[in-house]
Design a protein around this ligand. Structure first.
Ligand code: GLN
Length: 550
């Protein structure tokens, strides 16, 4: 196995229940170690059988996060990138499906000729290899195992990370995230679920060095000692993870409890204390913005689960940080507007965002909302499907192309203004076959887009099959739409905008994936700024009448 002999490994597991914020906990530890000058990377090991989450509905495990190299990954990779401010890749996310596929492909090639292929050692070896590949160039690799301890599916991963620690000794450590519930009737914090969860983990042969305890109330010394006593964990390794106002506060909370000192002492690493001034500034801005509130309506498809648009949500918050405003987001299902919700409800907002999505549900509602934003000067940001809906709306209501639609939704439309890319026509399989990852685009000089980016050459991440139909470009352009960015060869439309509108911009790519709390994506920063201007500015008379119910 090709491991560097100095890299340290931290394995993060979770117990009791899911959704405790394991990804944020892992990422927050990453922030602290990075702030101490260490080269840190993070990885997610997902126990499900899908080769990647690309074929999953975002209502299952949340959004599909796309990396620069076009990997379709778990949403935790979005947290990792935003927290440690690094671009990750396919190597940073693997699944049972991907591990098994690799092993089975080897078997078919004859690599194991004569031998029985088994979970131990073949699957566990491949799991360990997928961790080891990240060692190169990193001082610390933090690998998070998805799911909770006790799931049948995660057993091979637990066995793999147990062996890993056995092989590298004190250069590896296990961190376990648990829940310490507060029972109101008794007025007490209960440690029993944590005891059970650690016992379950120990049955797989893993002794955690650190316990991160999610709780609504502070863990006092007595509780810490009690948990430590039952689990063989040093009391200094029992960390309280109380609910905080913003996720960006978690690294500061961990630092307050010296989690990084504890981990580094165990690893025998001596490095300077961290400088977290930048994080303090972010948290301060989110908690006490000085310039009021900007209200954003997101009209989309998967609005029932906020995790489905995690990066959009975070990018909007980053836009708020950049403008020193509070951003309030309401998630509205597109179908609500089809079922009678009057689009004039948008009068209560300072911006409309229509995010990405697949399938026809809610499309007409999104189009109705975009029409209202276009006609009423409401700042509009369209992302991927949002761009496509904006083009359909404009084609139908401005360019007079009745029945205009996307080929994705209406194969018989007389005006398929959104159509299938040439290279997509013969694609028959679903996994990983879209236009994925980072591509260059050229911006039209003088366009709003080029002013926002401050450049005419950009790269953004993509995840789509359909495109603006070039046969309609001239007709649409003649009516006032501006194709403000294309691919470098000019063949595919990348961005659109409207000249006679305060702020109407849409992108075929997903800028939300590149936004960071420390550096809001320019499109989101500018969108929120436009929203702040709308919030501060005088309300147009017709809008005021609508607001008054006229
Ligand atoms: N469904 C559209 C396409 O495939 C949009 C995809 C998206 O919004 N990510 O082109």
């Amino acid at each position: 196995m090709t491991r560097t002999d100095r890299t340290r490994y931290i394995f993060v597991t979770g117990g009791v229940v899911s959704s405790l914020g394991k990804g944020i906990a892992a990422a927050s530890l990453g922030v602290l170690l990075r702030a101490r000058g260490l080269r840190v990377t993070l990885q997610k090991l997902d126990p499900y059988i899908n080769v990647d989450p690309g074929t999953l509905s975002p209502l299952q495990h949340g959004e599909v996060f796309v990396t620069e190299d076009g990997a379709e990954t778990d949403l935790d990779l979005g947290h990792y990138e935003r927290f440690i401010q690094a671009n990750l890749s396919q190597e940073n996310n693997t699944t049972s499906g991907r591990i098994y596929r690799t092993v089975i492909e080897s078997e078919r090639r004859g690599d194991y000729l004569g031998r029985t292929v088994q979970v131990v050692p073949h699957i566990t070896d491949e799991i360990k290899r997928s961790v080891s590949v990240l060692a190169e160039g990193h001082d610390v690799v933090i690998s998070e195992v998805g799911g909770t301890v006790g799931d049948i599916e995660s057993l091979p991963f637990l066995e793999g990370i147990r062996q890993f620690r056995q092989e590298v000794g004190s250069r590896a450590m296990h961190v376990h995230l648990t829940l310490v519930p507060y029972i109101r009737a008794a007025g007490e914090l209960k440690t029993k679920p944590t005891q059970h969860s650690v016992r379950e983990l120990m049955q797989t042969g893993i002794q955690p060095a650190v316990l991160i305890c999610r709780t609504e109330h502070p863990l006092d010394e007595e509780i810490r000692e009690k948990i430590a006593g039952f689990t063989n964990v040093d009391p200094a390794g029992v960390i309280e993870a109380r609910d905080v106002e913003t996720i960006y506060e978690v690294p500061l909370e961990f630092r307050r409890q010296r989690l990084d000192d504890f981990v580094l002492r165990r690893f025998g690493i001596d490095v300077p204390t961290p400088d977290l001034a930048e994080w303090r500034r972010i948290v301060e801005r989110i908690k006490s913005p000085r310039r009021g509130t900007v209200r954003i309506a997101v009209v989309g498809k998967y609005t029932a689960l906020v995790d489905a648009y995690k990066s959009v949500e975070q990018a909007l918050i980053h836009g708020g940080i950049a403008n020193d405003v509070n951003v309030e987001i309401d998630w509205i299902g597109g179908e609500k507007l089809e079922q009678g919700l009057d689009p004039a409800f948008l009068v209560g907002y300072h911006g409309l965002l229509v995010p990405g999505g697949f399938g026809i549900r809610g499309i007409e509602g999104m189009i109705t909302a975009i029409r209202w934003a276009r006609e009423n000067g409401l700042p509009f940001l369209g992302i991927c499907l949002g761009l496509q809906c904006a083009v359909i709306e404009f084609a139908r209501h401005v360019a007079g192309l009745e029945g205009a639609h996307s080929f994705e939704f209406d194969r018989d439309s007389p005006h398929p203004v959104i159509c299938l890319m040439d290279e997509q026509r013969n694609v028959t399989t679903k996994g990983g076959t879209m236009r994925l990852g980072s591509y260059e685009a050229r911006l039209v000089p003088g366009s709003l887009a080029s002013r926002i980016y401050g450049s005419t050459g950009i790269t953004e991440r993509h995840r789509h099959r359909y495109e603006v139909n070039n046969d309609y470009r001239a007709a649409l352009q003649g009516r006032g739409i501006r194709f403000s960015a294309t691919t470098t060869d000019g063949k595919l439309v990348e961005m659109i905008e409207l000249a006679d509108h305060p702020w109407f911009v849409a992108s075929q790519s997903h800028p939300e994936f590149k936004s960071r709390p420390t550096a809001a994506h320019p499109l989101f920063a500018s969108f929120i700024e436009a929203g702040a201007i709308r919030a501060a500015g005088p309300v147009a008379p017709e809008t005021a009448a609508l607001a008054a119910g006229g």
